[in-house]
Unconditional design. Sequence first.
Length: 245
Amino acid sequence: MNLEICCGSSPDALAALACGADRIELNSALPLGGLTPSPGMLEAVLSRGNACVLVMIRPRPGDFLYSPEEADCMIRDIRLLTGLGAQGIVLGALTPEGDVDRDMCARLLDSCPPGIIRVFHRALDLCPRPEEALEQLIDLGFDHVLTSGGMPTAPEGADRIARLVRLARGRLRIVPGSGIHPDNVVPLLEKTGCDDVHLSATCLRTSPGPRGLPGLETDYRTCDAALVRRMRQILDGTGSAGNRP
């Protein structure tokens, strides 16, 4: 079972790895849904040893409809961050109708070096025809797709996730994400047949410094090491099949 932790800083990523995470999805600005991390953040994680780090490629918050200028920025970020050692990229691009933007995705994937893990993120959950979108992602060459099954949380969308696993037939990995915690992860894996889980595993850190003002908050969410460790223990005692190795 693969445990993927979404992290918004290098200390969080290192803590998650130390507690048993198999993969890190490295972001900046998690309160905005996750944006592209800085080169320095990535280098700080990779400098501490071998780690499977996937980097978010998202130049701004909001929708997943990107302009040519934004696509150029994303391509530059892909080349820069994979050149520094990122083992995978996480991205998503849609049309105004909510379909996969095949041309945009193809451009972005073409900028990846060989062997890079290519992940389509939860933009899939906005697609009106997810089964059709899944086939398009497979044709484009994505390796993983992150999804909550079109629902606010993965447990709520477990039926659709299970259907996507069956439709994928091992051609890519379906990775459930959103609302996963120690009390529901085993039933989720049993119902969907997935071999991976994705979660942020955070807790609120109260700053010891001066208190914030509205719009200038000082408290923030950080990696909950105990939660990551607990999830690792649970997954080590769980068996499932359905996705490819």
